[in-house]
Design a protein around this ligand. Structure first.
Ligand code: PLP
Length: 428
């Protein structure tokens, strides 16, 4: 008997909250039932009914080489044959740490975790332990995982569900989180003039990717660096999404601004569950066992995840990798802009290498308010039109799209043809 996504979703809703293990997967932002995936290869995946989709979600970022790259799979298979995990040090985690330190400008020492959420949680605790201060500053629509301190005006699924601040977070905790508009340096300077010496850290997505894709305005990241230096607080770049994607050295390399702490995830695990936090050795030594800030993990540095991550990182350090990814992203986004204009549909298209945000809006999208002003209902129609034509975008107007190295000219041309057909149906 053929399983259908609809039938699976009916059963799933009986035994999994909302039928999914992460909220955005439920399609609530676009309506309809989610599709259930069976397998994937290169830029494509196939649902349980055998229909093929061109995938622009890429497991929400990790699949920068496309699905099932042979070298990544071979590395995983070789490691699996040696054992799944030991809870004791291994050579492969040292190899990973050395490579990350060599590639990311702001990292001299790195601790692996099992998810991006844990990495950020650790970075926040470390910043507080290091400075002896409690307050933190984050930006509206930035998402840093689902830990208590950071689920305040958060992006991603929290935004999709209209719950940017979660129930269950004690007021005493959220009171220490100050939230400011993204890309608004004067607002940061003003807040720091009042509270600067109480602020442990400013945490930012250096390219916001959890409210669509919103790149930093010129001077914004530099300005954050300057105020952190002025008030002695820790600058955290949350590069869970941008790390190794927008450049080998992440957004800090692309924009030439060095944070104190960097969080990583997604690509560094090659599709398996991983996160990491890194920074100057002197600051990282504040973590246990050398320092007073506690952090641990049963599966941290898991060797199978390290194998997938290392193979993934090695493949993207080949010369020209990001130049090609950037060029392909540009071709896709320019092609879409042309088609939207020809169809008379107002779209704003943001992109950085390997990442894009498509908004149905009249005005450029440079911050949270502009994201919220965009037409999410139109996005839902666009999404379903493309889905019917075998192109899978993020099932929410508030998520970035991702390209992989496996998205070639043919796939991009097919996407643009499909988009042209759908755009023709979107003009009011
Ligand atoms: N930080 C950023 C910038 C993210 O995009 C995400 C996830 O999307 C996280 C943190 C949380 O990572 P994880 O979902 O692995 O816990």
């Amino acid at each position: 008997m053929t399983q259908t996504s609809h039938a699976l979703f009916q059963v799933a809703q009986q035994c999994i909250p909302g039928g999914v293990n992460s909220p955005v997967r439920a399609f609530r932002g676009v309506g309809g039932d989610p599709i259930f995936i069976d397998h994937a290869e290169g830029p494509f995946f196939w649902d349980v009914e055998g229909k093929r989709y061109l995938d622009y979600v890429g497991s929400w970022g990790p699949m920068i080489h496309g699905h099932g790259h042979p070298e990544v799979l071979a590395a995983v298979h070789a490691q699996v044959n040696k054992g799944l995990g030991f809870g004791a040090p291994t050579a492969i985690e040292v190899e990973m740490a050395e490579l990350v330190c060599a590639l990311v400008p702001g990292i001299e020492s790195v601790r692996m975790t099992s998810s991006g959420t844990e990495a950020v949680m650790t970075a926040i605790r470390l910043a507080r332990g290091y400075t002896g201060r409690d307050r933190i500053i984050k930006f509206e629509g930035n998402y840093h995982g689902h830990s208590d301190s950071l689920l305040v005006k958060a992006g991603s699924g929290a935004l999709t569900l209209g719950q940017p601040s979660s129930a269950g977070v004690p007021r005493e905790i959220s009171q220490n989180t100050l939230v400011l508009p993204y890309n608004d340096l004067p607002a940061v300077e003003e807040m720091m003039a009042r509270f600067g010496f109480d602020v442990a850290t400013i945490i930012v997505e250096p390219v916001a990717g959890n409210m669509g894709c919103v790149p930093p305005e010129p001077g914004f990241l530099e300005g954050l660096r300057a105020v952190c230096d002025q008030y002695g607080c820790v600058l955290i770049f949350d590069e869970v999404m941008t790390g190794f994607r927008v450049a080998v050295g992440g957004a800090q390399a692309l924009y030439g601004v060095r944070p104190d702490l960097t969080t990583l995830g997604k690509i560094i695990g090659g599709g398996l569950p991983v996160g990491a936090v890194g920074g100057p050795r002197e600051m990282m030594e504040y973590l246990a066992p050398t320092g007073p800030v506690y952090q641990a993990g049963t599966l941290s540095g898991n060797p199978v995840a390290m194998a997938a991550g290392l193979a993934t990182l090695r493949l993207l350090t080949v010369p020209g990798f990001h130049e090609r990814l950037a060029a392909q992203t540009g071709v896709l986004c320019k092609g879409l802009a042309e088609r939207a204009e020809a169809a008379g549909v107002s779209m704003q298209i943001n992109h950085v290498p390997g990442m894009f945000g498509w908004f149905f809006a009249e005005q450029p999208v440079r911050g949270f308010d502009a994201v919220m002003a965009a037409d999410s209902k139109r996005y839902a129609r666009f999404f379903h039109g493309l889905l019917a034509r075998g192109v899978y975008l993020a099932p929410s107007a508030y998520e970035a799209g991702f390209l992989s190295a496996a998205h070639g000219d043919t796939e991009i041309a097919a996407t643009l043809d499909a988009a042209e057909a759908v755009l023709a149906t979107l003009k009011e």
